[in-house]
Design a protein around this ligand. Sequence first.
Ligand SMILES: C[S@@+](CC[C@H](N)C(=O)[O-])C[C@H]1O[C@@H](n2cnc3c(N)ncnc32)[C@H](O)[C@@H]1O
Length: 332
Amino acid sequence: MQDFLIEMLECPACHGELIWKISNRTENRIEEAEAVCKNCKAVYPVQKGIGIFLTPDLPRNDFWEEVGSQLAQFLQKNPLIEKKLMGVPLNDLNPADQNFRASILEERGKYFLAKATIDVALSKTYTPEYLKCFNSQIDYLIAQLSSFDCPIVDLASGRVEFAEIMLRKLKQAIIITDFSPRILYRNRKWLEFFDLYDKVSLLAFDARRTPFKDGAVEVMTTNLGLANIENPGNITLELRRIISGKFFAISFFFQEDDEENAKIIKKFGMDKFLFKHSALKAFRSAGWKVKVENMMIGKASPTPKGKVIEEGVLDALPVSDTRLEWGVLTAH
Ligand SMILES: C[S@@+](CC[C@H](N)C(=O)[O-])C[C@H]1O[C@@H](n2cnc3c(N)ncnc32)[C@H](O)[C@@H]1O
């Protein structure tokens, strides 16, 4: 993580001041350190350049912790399936299996091939309308962000689909965050390989309990991040505590009368940010001024399931054909 972050951070558990013991650093980066809370004595390490500010009390399902290694282990035990996935022409695989092949290529350090494979897979995984709406939100948000000078904090960055675009198109420092240290370490290797790591800091924290001081973040973004947060609780209040400027969330919303998808969304408690009405309500009730900009509607279909990796699922939603309303939720 870059040095300038020290000024912005506090204990995520009790908001106490952090005392830093840095054991390994480069010119403007901390590689290995410990930040100890003066108040509650909690210890937060910096390892492999990643600041880890996870508190023990919040339950979390780290999907990345499970998935990455599971697929590799499965292929190791099933060499015939490995051959069917990795040893055939790419076009012989369906888009889901192409995505799985890309993650294995990446785990093996074949980054160029992995990236080319993802590009082929993506164009067939989603409907043209889905991709058109998504790309329009990206272009819109990049244009908005270009007028700011401050570092940008990206929430629930995942495999940096959006953060990577920011790094390629914007000049600002980007703070990439997720509650999974494993995905952040993957991101470090990926971004170093593509020569995009210079402006990056990596922070592991739970979006519901962040390590930022009050008002320390001027601009925060997230690409489809809010809806991925299980049991989001009072996250809009936490965001309001730390953001002094603007929050931008690339989002899609399901229609209120889409009963088939709504049933699953509600079953998994994901309704807060997947319906426009409740998303806006969650922000307004935490004192934000909020609107959805660049709105457009496009058809979306369930993502295909794997054939080689039988029943391997990419996106959990939608479960049936639907029309999604896209936009950039903008709050200040
Ligand atoms: C699929 S990604 C969203 C797409 C991503 N923003 C991109 O541009 O590629 C969602 C991420 O949210 C993370 N996540 C889920 N719950 C979280 C939480 N409570 N705090 C922080 N990150 C969380 C997951 O680990 C996952 O990597």
